[in-house]
Design a protein around this ligand. Structure first.
Ligand code: PAF
Length: 280
């Protein structure tokens, strides 16, 4: 039976008790409105930990002024039932006031330079500062041995890895694979914003990523790979923020250079912004 905890003292007491018993604690932070992608992270954490805590907190500091913070879907009953089904032991539900005791304006901020600055960092200024600020707080609150993050947010995972290495959190970070709908669309809480005419077109992102992989393997220069993906997405009505071919550390590879790659797309269909990526 899942236990819902809303007070920090109670959370710390529960986790301290587990640690006294020598149990390993896993953590899956979320913003709620959970889907199979989140539940796969809980199950992944469960493989490496004896107990799993998951948090649901819609973090105001990672949304830009024109973004969807107020309309972000909140589905607490379904989330609780789903987390229990996935094997989560504790649902941690902080409030905005407990997360930011001095208020959002006076909150101490965590900024991870470098990897935060590109791609999403260019399109959503301050977003990763908000993510790192809340994740640092969540790590201090839960004090897990390991934490699982989804690879759909490829750059977020890279930023979190740097945060943990740099601030020396004693937490192992594990990345969970992208869970997709039957047509390839990566699962996301934002998919439900898509209208019936938009939803079938959204699968074009995954097709564009696969085509980027093929074009790269066929020897196309990076600029061509990226321009083709952009045109392909624009043709079905997307406004493209970026279609990028990168090294795993998100730096730009030279043409003809061997090695692993990640293709990343962020694109908007109407007011819905979707991101996805493919590693190869
Ligand atoms: O990936 C998310 O849902 C959020 O960015 C996270 C990690 C829960 C921080 O608010």
């Amino acid at each position: 039976m899942i236990e819902t905890i809303t007070g920090l003292d109670a959370l710390r007491e529960r986790v301290r008790g587990w640690k006294r018993e020598g149990l390993r604690v896993g953590f899956v932070p979320t913003m709620g409105n959970l889907h199979a992608g989140h539940y796969s992270l809980v199950m992944l954490a469960r493989q490496y930990a004896d107990r799993v805590v998951s948090s649901v907190f819609v973090n105001p500091t990672q949304f830009g002024p024109s973004e969807d913070f107020t309309r972000y879907p909140r589905t607490p009953a379904a989330d609780t039932a789903g987390l229990e089904g996935a094997g989560c032991d504790v649902l941690w539900l902080p409030t905005v006031e407990s997360m930011y005791p001095f208020g959002v304006e006076l909150a101490s901020k965590v900024h991870v330079p470098g990897v935060s600055a590109v791609l999403e960092g260019e399109c959503r200024p301050g977003h990763f500062d908000g993510v790192c600020t809340v994740v640092s707080r969540l790590f201090n609150q839960v004090q897990p041995d390991l934490a699982a993050f989804g690879k759909k947010d490829y750059q977020q995972l890279a930023v979190i890895r740097q945060l943990v290495a740099d601030l020396q959190f004693p937490i192992e970070i594990i990345g969970g694979g992208i869970v997709r709908e039957a047509d390839g669309l990566a699962m996301s809480s934002r998919n439900q914003y898509l209208g019936p005419d938009q939803r079938p077109r959204a699968a074009a992102i995954h097709r564009a990523l696969r085509d980027m992989r093929q074009a790269h393997l066929d020897g196309a220069p990076r600029a061509v790979v990226e321009a083709q993906a952009r045109a392909q997405l624009e043709a079905v009505g997307f406004a493209v923020d970026y279609a990028a071919l990168r090294r795993p550390d998100l730096s730009g590879p030279d043409d003809g250079e061997a090695g692993p790659r990640v293709a990343l797309v962020a694109a908007r269909l109407g007011t819905t912004r979707l991101i996805d990526n493919l590693e190869f």
